[in-house]
Design a binder for this molecule. Sequence first.
Ligand code: NAD
Length: 254
Amino acid sequence: MILDMFKLDGKIAVVTGGARGIGQSYAIALAEAGADVAVIDVIDCAETVEKVKALGRKSASFTADLGSGKASAEQVIKEVIDVMGGIDILVNNAGIIRREPFVEHSEKNWDDVISINLSASFFLSQVAAAQMIKQGRGGKIINIASMLSFQGGVFVPGYAASKGGIKSLTMLMANELGKHNISCNAIAPGYIATENTRPIRENPERNKAILDRIPAGRWGETTDLMGIVVFLASPASDYMNGFTVAVDGGWLAR
Ligand code: NAD
């Protein structure tokens, strides 16, 4: 039956940046679909772990600054495998944004954003894919893109470059990993109400300009992304590979 294809029973998922915001909703969605969920973040993940456990799934939190290079990715994925017993689904959600006009944009802002949004997704995917190949039961890697994988935006050069890079990296990963039955796709959320977007929601002009363009007429909620993450993590999407899916209330259609 078709709904059975969305089930994740017995799967082990890893969500980065799962302490709050969109990542927490991804973790809960995967757990509701049946997966055990490891949560990696630089801040405390206790709330998410409790919510996953309340659904009757196994969960554990892992602390890491994922922007600090490949060694931290290797170390934390090793810890996840030791505690959880393997890895079937990786959601590369952890990310930051730094807003500063292009000409003044600091080297630190650029480096910080590229390190966590793009480089960490690459390193974590490398290590997780190696484990998935070793396990021999396929896998799902879900990267997190953005509207700025399709558009340039303003004041966010590192963010735009990182999210454009995520879209390309997702295609490369699909090309190389497809033969191992590992699918790599990306979610491009529209404008979602989280800490990340608080400054522009609190700016009346930016807020109005954004709302005026969204056919749905509202900011997205983190729960609006729960369906797509389960779809991309499940057998229902098995013939989908290398694609970046927008969930944006119609923003890109405008
Ligand atoms: P958020 O700031 O609420 O959550 C991001 C999470 O990532 C936090 O828990 C944070 O602690 C964690 N994180 C940040 N740096 C880290 C690091 N170095 N190591 C480990 N964890 C780290 O933001 P959000 O809005 O939930 O964003 C989640 C993802 O969705 C990001 O990749 C973001 O770019 C993307 N996204 C968000 C929106 C939106 O409108 N909110 C739109 C498009 C894409």
